[in-house]
Design a protein around this ligand. Structure first.
Ligand SMILES: Nc1nc2c(ncn2[C@@H]2O[C@H](COP(=O)(O)OP(=O)(O)OP(=O)(O)O)[C@@H](O)[C@H]2O)c(=O)[nH]1
Length: 365
């Protein structure tokens, strides 16, 4: 099963909409990690700045305070960011701030050690960026800004083609390729996993034939709506069953039966727009109506019965409906049992109708 899906996804190039959805998902999952990374970066930067300021005799300047405040403000701003694409911009500003701050510290170090510290800082920033939830351009922009600001050939005594310069150049090429490759590879794997989970979840929660939610989905969603307190108006549960469906299958074949199921599901979805509806199994459907009055429910059920009955399709059917008001203390299973009794009453009374549950109704037995 997993191999089949794996094969299916390998052939599938995620369209831009799925990629955007993935980017947003990735950002939401990693937002706290990003904040932690920013906070840790500020702490380590401040620590180095203090060491260089006091032990190195550079002196703690107003500029240091400005950098710390700017980076702290960006970290706080990250908490208010909701869109992944805005994070790309914020992260670029953060990288610009921290790289300039690093330059400031490195100016206070002995000239011959400056290139190596610039390389170390560049490695840390690029490694860190490669695991952040950035877009491709967002990451490449970080690489550009980092190398631009922390360029070890800029304002240092290293010459491009002397011994140190050649070594730095080689390391530059290696580091850039490694981090760019890691970022793209990691992103591809994460996108693949996201696509795979999306597909598996769809298969687990959507009925393959009618393409409406299945029983599992209904039980999860209806349970959470049922738990809502306080309730706005009433909650009702409807169980809908196609009448004489076995006869449709027997007379016209299973394919026509499937068509009837699809058509009925489409009618339920259209009429019950905005409410949780699902195919529970076989020819049985359910709808959870929250925040409704009894008169609204009656109107909706009458519309559904009439729409299915008057469908100008080749093999018209009718539906029977059982309805239960979901009391505050009812569990979903209790409500389903009541709606089932009411459904039985509809069938017993001649089908093609809806019946509300009353305690005086008899059960299926
Ligand atoms: N075509 C098709 N038939 C299905 C599917 N699932 C269940 N069925 C058929 O649905 C029929 C249900 O028949 P019954 O439970 O006897 O219900 P009914 O004929 O609708 O009778 P009443 O409920 O009393 O109106 C059976 O013949 C099942 O084989 C499906 O996915 N596709």
């Amino acid at each position: 099963m997993l191999k089949t899906i794996d094969h299916e996804i390998s052939k599938y190039a995620a369209p831009p909409a799925v990629q955007a959805e993935f980017a947003q998902h990735d950002f939401e999952k990693l937002r706290n990690f990003c904040r932690l990374t920013y906070a840790a970066s500020i702490v380590i930067w401040l620590l180095f700045d203090l060491i260089v300021s006091f032990k190195g005799g550079q002196g703690f300047t107003v500029l240091s305070v400005v950098f710390v405040c700017a980076m702290a403000a960006l970290t706080i701003a990250l908490g208010f960011i909701r869109k992944a694409r805005h994070f790309d911009v914020l992260n670029l500003i953060f990288v610009l701030a921290i790289t300039l701050g690093i330059r400031l510290i490195i100016f206070g170090l002995p000239a011959d050690t400056q290139p190596i510290w610039l390389i170390l800082a560049t490695s840390s920033i690029l490694y860190n960026a490669s695991v952040l939830p950035l877009s491709r351009w967002g990451f490449l922009a970080v690489v550009g800004v980092t190398w631009g600001v922390l360029n070890p050939f800029l304002m240092t005594e290293v010459q491009l083609f002397d011994l140190r310069g050649s070594l730095i150049l080689c390391y530059f090429a290696f580091l850039s390729c490694l981090t760019i490759y890691s970022f793209f590879k990691l992103r591809r794997v994460k996108l693949y996993n996201y696509t795979m989970s999306k597909l598996l979840l769809t298969q687990a929660y959507i009925d393959a034939l009618t393409e409406i939610p299945n029983r599992r989905s209904f039980m999860t969603r209806a349970t959470s709506v049922l738990a809502q307190n306080p309730r706005m108006h009433d909650h009702y549960l409807a169980m809908i069953d196609i009448d004489n469906f076995k006869r449709v299958n027997d007379q016209f074949g299973h394919d026509i039966g499937d068509e009837v199921l699809k058509r009925t599901a489409a009618s339920i979805k259209a009429v019950m727009n905005g409410y949780e509806c699902a195919r529970l199994g076989g020819e049985e459907f359910a709808v959870y109506l929250s925040g409704v009055r009894r008169a609204d429910v009656e109107r909706l059920m009458a519309t559904l019965c009439s729409q299915v009955r008057n469908d100008p399709a080749a093999h018209p059917v009718t539906v029977s409906i059982g309805l239960a008001r979901v009391d505050d203390q009812d569990s979903l299973n209790q409500a389903l049992a009541k709606a089932d009794k009411a459904l039985y009453a509809s069938k017993h009374a001649g089908k093609d109708r809806f019946t509300f549950y009353r305690s005086t109704l008899t059960g299926r037995e």
